[in-house]
Design a protein around this ligand. Structure first.
Ligand code: DLL
Length: 435
């Protein structure tokens, strides 16, 4: 069985990684120029040709790609190989406009599964493990990606997909699953269901690979306690294969970006200027090994910081912090920028459950800002004054963090809908009126 910790790549000196990236970038630019008229036109409009790109130092000369380009070129306009060479598509769960469809050759699927295998390996998984893949299967990349990675490391793969919590728990216990892959919100839900059924002693999980949505370190602690495992973050997006673009190692302090396949940049989202490592901005990826659907300088809208400090695990690939929100998910409430992750941090630090929903509306030209938070069974009480006091404490803690006043409503246990995939944390009713 091939080993998926590849020290010759993952611990390569930074200068060598950059050299490899340069060689691959030059080839990739030529590939899209030759095969994708949409790209050629975009590059011509920007006054660049492949001759101008000699290495990563020239990357900034290339124009950015955005989701709008993908929608405009839908469905085949960015395909860089003949359709007959593609073996798979996946698609984003986008709620508005046309879906984004990404294509894969067999080579692309293989590489992507390698990336997921690296992530599983970094979380300690081997052929001895039973990996329960509870991400959704289908157009979403979560199920297929981790499934392929689990196969590659030779683990026993349980392709259970998301949902049907009773069956999840039964398999987890009966098959002695040792690694769980799902969204963090579903992991928290499974943890809750395990506690309710008194199954904690029968659960053998040692590691969890959780991603596809933002989650805080406070949420990590909550999940680790409930499931008795070590929780690792994994990041990716459909446009760049799917999960496995970056993953956490045992240090659990940022995700290593697979730099032999992706070049990461951080830019100022307003001006497009490239920022230094350590500065916060929008994450941009260039895929340098994908054949069917290569993207050059793709703007993810995820806000992030890159860091190249040496990692105790020995990997040299640059690390990205947990995404600090999306530039398009940031709420502006009464003129103040609010990220849902800030709210989650406050709620969990204040001993609340990770079950909450943020509701923003506009009444008489003023934004309203309500947060429904579920009480735990222990907190649930007939003593109304206790509830009111807790609500006041939460309002004060949120005010300190955000600088604005929210209305907090403690609601009964089990009244906020649980998520089996990506959780819907924010309901912004202002969007309905086009505010
Ligand atoms: O969510 C791929 C994935 C599947 C990643 C399973 C990890 C695990 P999309 O549906 O295209 O792909 O959504 C991509 O999800 O731009 C981020 O905003 C968000 N996202 C993904 N992973 C994380 C993470 C998959 N670990 C979008 N933390 C990205 C925070 C994440 N946000």
């Amino acid at each position: 069985m091939k080993k998926y910790y590849q020290p010759e790549i993952e611990t390569m000196p930074v200068e060598e990684i950059k050299k490899l990236q340069s060689e691959r970038l030059v080839k990739q630019v030529q590939h899209v120029w030759d095969h994708v008229p949409y790209y050629r036109k975009k590059m011509e409009d920007a006054g660049v040709s492949p001759d101008d790109i000699k290495g990563i130092e020239d990357l900034h000369k290339l124009p950015f790609m955005t989701k709008d380009d993908l929608r405009e070129a839908y469905p085949f306009g960015l395909l860089a190989v003949p359709k007959s060479e593609c073996v798979r598509i996946h698609s984003t769960s986008g709620t508005t406009g046309k879906r984004v469809v990404a294509f894969y050759t067999q080579h692309d699927v293989d590489l992507w599964e390698d990336l997921c295998a690296r992530a599983l390996t970094a979380a300690g998984a081997t052929e001895e493990d039973t990996v329960q893949v509870s991400y959704g299967y289908g157009l979403f990349t979560g199920g297929a990606g981790l499934h392929g990675g689990s196969h590659k490391i030779g683990a026993m793969t349980v392709p259970i997909s998301s949902g049907n919590t009773e069956r999840q728990l039964q398999f987890m216990v009966d098959l002695e699953a040792s690694v769980l892959c799902c969204t963090p919100s579903y992991a928290a839900y499974l943890g809750e269901a395990i506690a309710e059924r008194g199954l904690r002693d029968q659960i053998k999980l040692k590691a969890g690979i959780f991603g596809a949505e933002a989650w805080t370190n406070e949420m990590r602690t909550d999940i680790e306690q409930k499931l008795g495992l070590k929780a690792y973050d994994i990041y990716g997006l459909t446009e760049c294969s799917g999960p496995g673009v970056a993953f956490e190692c045992e240090a659990q302090d940022g995700m290593h970006i697979n730099e032999d396949h992706f070049i990461a940049e951080i830019i100022n989202p307003k001006t497009g200027e490239v920022l230094q490592d350590g500065e916060k901005g929008e994450l941009v990826f260039t895929s340098i090994t994908k054949e069917a659907f290569p993207l050059l300088r793709y703007r993810t809208k995820d806000l992030c910081i890159l860091n190249r400090k040496p990692c105790p695990c020995g990997r040299t690939h640059v690390k990205m912090c947990k995404p600090l929100g999306r530039s398009d998910d940031m709420l502006i409430i009464r003129g103040v920028n609010v990220f849902p992750s800030q709210i989650e941090t406050v709620l969990l630090n204040e001993g609340m459950t990770p079950n909450y929903q943020i509701i923003v509306d506009r009444v008489n030209n003023t934004d309203t800002f309500d947060i429904n938070v579920e009480m735990s069974a222990e907190m649930f009480s007939d003593d109304l004054s206790k509830v009111t006091n807790k609500e006041k404490e939460l309002v004060a803690a949120l005010k300190t963090m955000l600088g604005i006043q929210a209305k907090v409503h403690l609601v009964s246990p089990k009244t906020i809908e649980r998520s089996e995939g990506k959780a819907v944390r924010v309901i912004d009713k202002r969007k309905l009126y086009g505010v």
